[in-house]
Design a protein around this ligand. Structure first.
Ligand SMILES: [Zn+2]
Length: 362
């Protein structure tokens, strides 16, 4: 099982200069390699592969000697990223790869680092080939022998190292102790396996009500009238406000959950299918679960924590003892005849989700 720890870096001015240069060169290489792929394909109908581009790297370096300043595996990783972008496009998971502008190319990666860090005068340093030992603030220890990759990323307020570490099953077990399952719902926003619930905030419910009313008023105005223009503007204003409040709420909740847990389990949502049921559609799309899971997932990744998505099938119809406890949407209480558990149905779902995630991880 791989975990990524994020640590802040404190490069010297000279090191930072090298890191910025590395980013620039990586981006140029990425864009050149993309251009080559597209040109060859358009002119000759041939696909340029990752392997072909990697094999050309030595020649490329002869032509552009400044690239000797960048570790060759870092350059290979640029080509790998480009290849991944094309593979995602071929699989239909993403659009056609873009050229990268400077504000969209913010990290470089050492895919197979060797010995990575040392301690000197109580400070820890991470070794970045061709850049040197960069001071790094570590808040947890990790076994150097298990480091699988190092990613160096530029943020608005400085640099971070994402250190990928392979951890043992025993360690993974420990991780599970601070694990949580989340069931996202219609009545309450979310139920957690630790028997707590998160409600949709009242101010947000009220703002959404205002929005619905403004939308109704708009629909009654005559087309092309000035009043319609005004009503339209009003809807747009409220809409923006609601969207902002909702995002803010989702950020706060996902932050809180990721802070408190090392493993977060959620259901795979098939919102597309659920929206077909028109009675439920409003609140589902409103709750923004998909966005919530997106937030959880990138916050978890950033903090080296784990988000596990489990198959949603039957999580609300099963007991944690494994027995089937069928219930319609109207039945709010879970009562298991097998083990005697009586509990809020959403809490039980959250616990079943957690159970499934732990069995996947194990
Ligand atoms: Zn039971």
């Amino acid at each position: 099982m791989q975990i990524t720890y994020q640590f802040r870096l404190y490069p010297t001015p000279k090191q930072e200069e090298l890191m910025i240069r590395t980013l620039i060169m990586c981006r140029k290489l990425y864009n050149r390699a993309k251009e080559q792929r597209d040109t060859v394909y358009n002119q000759e109908g041939r696909t340029v592969t990752y392997a072909m581009q990697q094999n050309e790297l030595p020649v490329f370096k002869k032509e552009f000697p400044e690239y000797k300043e960048v570790h060759s595996q870092v350059l290979q990783d640029c080509l790998r990223r480009l290849d991944d972008a094309y593979q995602r496009f071929f699989r239909g998971e993403a659009g056609f790869p873009h050229y990268k502008s400077a504000d969209r190319y913010l990290s470089f990666t050492y895919p197979q680092p060797g010995a990575v860090s040392k301690t000197f005068a109580r400070d820890r340093y991470v070794y970045l080939s061709k850049i040197g030992f960069v001071r790094m603030r570590t808040h947890r220890s990790f076994d150097q022998a298990n480091v699988t990759q190092i990613n160096v990323k530029r943020h608005a307020d400085g640099w971070m190292a994402g250190i990928g570490v392979n951890i043992e099953a025993a360690e993974a077990d420990q991780t599970a102790k601070t694990a949580v399952g989340i069931d996202v719902g219609l009545r309450t926003f979310a139920a957690l396996s630790d028997e707590t619930k998160v409600d949709n905030p009242r101010h947000l419910r009220r703002a959404e009500k205002r929005l619905r009313r403004a939308q109704q008023r708009l629909s009654r105005k005559a087309r092309g009238s000035r009043n319609r223009q005004k009503a339209k503007q009003k809807v747009a204003n409220i809409h923006q406000k609601v969207a902002r409040q909702r995002k803010d709420f989702l950020h706060k909740q996902s932050h809180r959950i990721v802070q408190g847990h090392d493993l977060i389990a959620v259901e795979q949502l098939k919102v597309k299918n659920m929206i077909r049921n028109r009675r439920l559609s409003k609140s589902i799309s409103d709750a923004g679960w998909r966005r919530f899971i997106t937030y959880l997932s990138y916050k978890a990744a950033r903090q080296g924590k784990r988000l596990v998505q489990v198959p949603a099938h039957g999580t609300s119809q099963t007991c944690i003892c494994g027995a089937d406890v069928p219930k319609t949407l109207a039945i709010r209480l879970h009562e298991c005849k097998e083990c005697g558990l009586v509990q809020d149905r959403d809490i039980v779902s959250a616990q079943v989700i957690l159970q499934r995630a732990l069995s996947i991880v194990a």
